[in-house]
Design a protein around this ligand. Sequence first.
Ligand SMILES: [Zn+2]
Length: 146
Amino acid sequence: MEEITLNRDKKGEILPTIQNFYRFCGHGRLMALKCIECEKLIIPPRIICPKCSSSRFKWIQLSGKAKLRTFSFIHIAPKQFSSQAPYIIGIVKLEEGLSLSGRIIVDKDVKLEIGMDLIVEFEDTVSVGWPQWPRYYFRLAKVIEQ
Ligand SMILES: [Zn+2]
């Protein structure tokens, strides 16, 4: 396991912060929190479990496999993303049962359909603006034969 610089508390536990979430992304890992009290999985991280209000978590690595649940084309984007418009934002259902929103990046000629198999990928470059860490996105798990 390579060294990742993470924010930790006094006991050395990895803090449930969005910064740590993106630091993991920078090392090619999609991570969720697992509540130690009720075992709820949480992504992106929160400091309090929405189910039982616990603040004790451990980080677990997700498979990155997902199915497309819904998506929309963004034609009018916030300023920092306007050069990339139109682009696709979707909500996926992760293999572990969690929902997560994110960019869906596919070739222009691909027709997206609900239920398509996706897989997480991570940007190589650090994005401009927030967050200042590599972001995750989803692409098709299989390249479709034309
Ligand atoms: Zn909980």
